[in-house]
Design a protein around this ligand. Structure first.
Ligand code: NAD
Length: 366
C-alpha cells in the first residue's frame, strides 16, 4: 500500500530543507522499496502572496487526504505588517487545529559528535535522548473564560483558564505510555499538582492509566523541579508528558541543550496516528537563499514520520543511523561547525545523508 505524503515547504529556508528531505524519501523509495505518493502544496506567506490566504482550501483538502504531512517553516518579515488573521503563522495554526493534532512529540537528542556545541557541559548531554510529549489542543492556551476586562474601579484584569477534561488527559497519557513502552520504559509526568487542581486531576488520571502499562515506570514531577532537573541532569529522562503550556516551555528549554535548533524534528499527531512533521526551527529569514541552512531537522522529521505515521520503524532507524554516520564523519553545516570538521552547505549535507543511506542495509540498522 502506498502512503500519501503532502509536502508543504512554506517560506524562508523551508523549501531549502524540505528539498533535502525529499531526496532522502526518494532514496528510500529506490533503495528500500518505500511506497509513497508525494504531492506538494502551499502554506504560509507564499500561499498568501499567491492567493490571499495563508492556508488555501486546496492545501487543507490535500492535508485531510494525506497520511502524513512534511512541513518546512512559515513566516518572514515581509508578512509581519499583515493583519493577524492573514499572517503565515495563522496557516500553520489552522492546519494543526483543523486536523485535530492533539499530541506534540519533541525529541531532544544530543549526538555525541555535537556535545561540544551545547551550552551545558558536554558530559551532561552526550547521548541525551528525551522524548517530550506535550498536549497541544487544550489547557490554558484554549480555556475560557479568557481576555482582559476592566473592573468597576477602573483597573484592568487579565484572565486565562486552565482546564482539562479527564478524556483529554487520558488520550495524551495513553500515547505517552505507549511511546515509553517502545523506549526505556520510563515516563515522567510533569504537573503542578501542589497548587493547581486541574493538574491534580492530571496526576490522578496518569496514575490510573499506569495500571494498563505494567512495563512502564511512572514518576510524577512538579514542573519547577522538572525545569531544574533538565538543566542539572537531563540524561535521567526518557519520556516526559505534560500540559500544553508546561510542554511549550520545557521543550524549548531542553532543545537548547542539544547544541543546535537546526537538528531537532517534531511531530504533531491526531488520534489515528496521522501526523504533521516539521523541524522545530522557523523560516530563518537571516540565512534564507544562501544555501547554508542545516537540513538535518527536516531529514529527521522524515524519520519521525516513518516511525509514527507510516509504521516503517526499520527505515526510521536507518535514516537516524545515516545522519549519525554523516556527523561522525565530520560533516557540518555552519550552525554546527567546530574546528577540525568539514563545513558543507544545505545541498551537500542532504547528499551526504543519501550516500550514507546507500551504504546501509535493512539488517544493519536493526
Ligand atoms: P528561527 O528558528 O527561524 O531562527 C532562529 C535562529 O536560528 C536564526 O539565527 C536562524 O538563522 C537559526 N536557524 C534556524 N533554523 C536553522 C537551520 N535549519 N540551520 C541553521 N540555522 C538555523 O526563529 P525566528 O528568527 O524567531 O523566526 C523567523 C520566522 O520564522 C518568523 O517569521 C517566525 O514567526 C517564524 N517561525 C515559524 C515557525 C514554524 O514554521 N513552525 C516556528 C518558529 C518561527
Amino acid at each position: 500500500m502506498s502512503h500519501k505524503i503532502l509536502l508543504l515547504p512554506g517560506d524562508g529556508i523551508g523549501p531549502e530543507v524540505v528539498a533535502e528531505a525529499l531526496k532522502v524519501m526518494q532514496c528510500l523509495e529506490e533503495k528500500f522499496g518505500l511506497a509513497v505518493e508525494i504531492q506538494g502544496a502551499m502554506i504560509g506567506g507564499c500561499a498568501y502572496d499567491a492567493c490571499g490566504k495563508p492556508l488555501p482550501d486546496e492545501t487543507m483538502h490535500l492535508a485531510q487526504e494525506a497520511d502524513a504531512i512534511l512541513l518546512g517553516a512559515v513566516g518572514g518579515p515581509q508578512w509581519e505588517h499583515l493583519d493577524i488573521s492573514r499572517r503565515p503563522e495563522k496557516g500553520l495554526l489552522g492546519l494543526r487545529s483543523d486536523l485535530g493534532l492533539f499530541a506534540n512529540l519533541r525529541p531532544a537528542v544530543c549526538y555525541p559528535a555535537l556535545a561540544d556545541k551545547s551550552p551545558l557541559n558536554a558530559e551532561l548531554v552526550k547521548g541525551l535522548d528525551i522524548m517530550m510529549v506535550r498536549e497541544l489542543t487544550g489547557g490554558i492556551y484554549f480555556g475560557t473564560p479568557r481576555g482582559i476586562r476592566t473592573l468597576e474601579n477602573g483597573e484592568r484584569q487579565g484572565i486565562n483558564t486552565l482546564v482539562y477534561n479527564e478524556s483529554e488527559i487520558e488520550r495524551i497519557g495513553r500515547l505517552a505510555f505507549a511511546i515509553a513502552g517502545t523506549r526505556k520504559g520510563q515516563l515522567v509526568s510533569v504537573d503542578k499538582a501542589n497548587v493547581l487542581e486541574c493538574t491534580e486531576l492530571w496526576r490522578d488520571v496518569m496514575s490510573e492509566i499506569s495500571k494498563d502499562y505494567p512495563d512502564v515506570t511512572l514518576q510524577h514531577m512538579y514542573v519547577d523541579n522538572a525545569a531544574m532537573q533538565l538543566v542539572r541532569a537531563p540524561k535521567q529522562f526518557d519520556v516526559m508528558v505534560t500540559t500544553n503550556m508546561f510542554g511549550d516551555i520545557l521543550s524549548d528549554c531542553v532543545s537548547v541543550a542539544t547544541g543546535s535548533i537546526g537538528m531537532l524534528p517534531s511531530a504533531s499527531l491526531d488520534a489515528a496516528g496521522k501526523g504533521l512533521y516539521e523541524p522545530i526551527h522557523g523560516s530563518a529569514p537571516d540565512i534564507a537563499c544562501r544555501g547554508i541552512a542545516n537540513p538535518l531537522a527536516s531529514i529527521l522529521s522524515v524519520a519521525m514520520m516513518l516511525r509514527y505515521s507510516l509504521h516503517e520503524t526499520k527505515l526510521a532507524e536507518i535514516v537516524e543511523y545515516a545522519v549519525d554516520r554523516v556527523l561522525q564523519n565530520g560533516y557540518r553545516t555552519a550552525d554546527i561547525f567546530i574546528e577540525g570538521t568539514t563545513e558543507v552547505g544545505t545541498d551537500e549535507m542532504g547528499d551526504k545523508v543519501v550516500s550514507a543511506l546507500h551504504q546501509c542495509t535493512l539488517r544493519r540498522a536493526s
